[in-house]
Design a protein around this ligand. Structure first.
Ligand SMILES: NC(=O)c1ccc[n+]([C@@H]2O[C@H](COP(=O)([O-])OP(=O)(O)OC[C@H]3O[C@@H](n4cnc5c(N)ncnc54)[C@H](O)[C@@H]3O)[C@@H](O)[C@H]2O)c1
Length: 261
């Protein structure tokens, strides 16, 4: 029970990785606030499992809403121990339109950055004051921040900004004993990923990986929980890649592997 008596906020906790992280932190004793545009059933599931959770509906890019979240956590709990900045605009209207740069709607670029980067800035601005020695922030970035691609330039750039922001927050608050790290997943088999990925896309991803399995949301949740816990007390400012070995090897490795199959 690494989080017994602790209070955690998970943004984007209504679905996928955030939902798994909220459930993991609660299973280890945290009282979790599921902060999402649509928090859905995550808090109910936590309570059904015997944990403590509440929902807070907000847009993380809206400063008034984030201020209200901080006021609510202060009134309810008086403190914050873990902040998982995990929300991202991944719908068809934003991520789905983040394609060729020549046709890119600037609104897609702006919204991508608003949610991932301004959102994390606003939560840190308003929630770090509730944190004290031993508290931790974990930001969800992506391997898309570390390698290029022929689409999703807005997403990759925003996630790269989040890596830099992670280092700044770690530097600003280190002397107060508040840590800040990031996780950078590759493909994670969320319900959404299972729904939208074709067998061909899954086969391509399998050829890119070193390991024979893909990451599940619970794998990312386990890493977030470690980074947020006292066990990682000497780790700060880091971005930990969790991609089953997708981005560590020479490209030829995947080509040779595909040829051999
Ligand atoms: N699934 C993957 O393969 C993968 C890979 C690398 C990184 N990531 C990152 O992991 C994080 C979670 O992704 P996921 O796959 O679980 O996605 P998801 O779509 O299942 O969950 C994202 C959640 O964020 C919420 N959200 C979106 N905009 C918001 C806003 N403005 N304010 C508050 N909440 C908002 C959504 O309602 C949703 O519940 C994201 O930061 C994503 O970029 C995912």
């Amino acid at each position: 029970m690494r989080f017994a008596g602790k209070v955690a906020i998970v943004t984007g906790g209504g679905s996928g990785i955030g939902k798994a992280t909220a459930r993991r932190l609660a299973a280890e004793g945290a009282a979790v606030v599921v902060a999402d545009l649509d928090p859905r059933d995550t808090a109910d599931l936590v309570v059904k499992d015997g944990g403590a959770a509440s929902s807070f509906a907000l847009d993380v890019s809206d400063e008034a809403a984030v201020r209200a979240l901080a006021e609510s956590v202060r009134a309810e709990h008086g403190r914050l121990d873990v902040l998982h900045n995990n929300a991202a605009a991944l719908g068809r209207d934003v991520y789905g339109r983040d394609l060729d740069l020549a046709d890119l709607d600037v609104a897609v670029w702006d919204r991508t950055h608003e949610v991932s980067v301004r959102g994390a800035m606003l939560t840190c601005k308003h929630l770090v004051p509730l944190m004290s020695k031993g508290a931790a922030i974990v930001n969800t970035t992506s391997v898309s921040a570390l390698v290029g691609d022929t689409d999703h330039a807005a997403y990759g750039a925003a996630k790269a900004a989040l890596i830099s922001f992670t280092r700044y927050v770690a530097t600003m608050y280190g002397d107060r004993g508040v840590r800040c790290n990031a996780v950078a997943p590759g493909l994670v088999m969320t319900d959404v990923a299972r729904r939208v990925m074709t067998p061909e896309m899954l086969a391509e991803k399998a050829a890119e990986r070193l390991l024979p399995w893909a990451a599940e949301p619970e794998d990312i949740a386990a890493l977030v929980a470690f980074l947020a816990s006292e066990e990682a007390r000497c780790v700060t400012g880091q971005t930990v890649v969790i991609d089953c070995g997708t981005t560590v090897h020479r490209p030829e490795h995947a080509i040779r592997k595909a040829r051999a199959q």
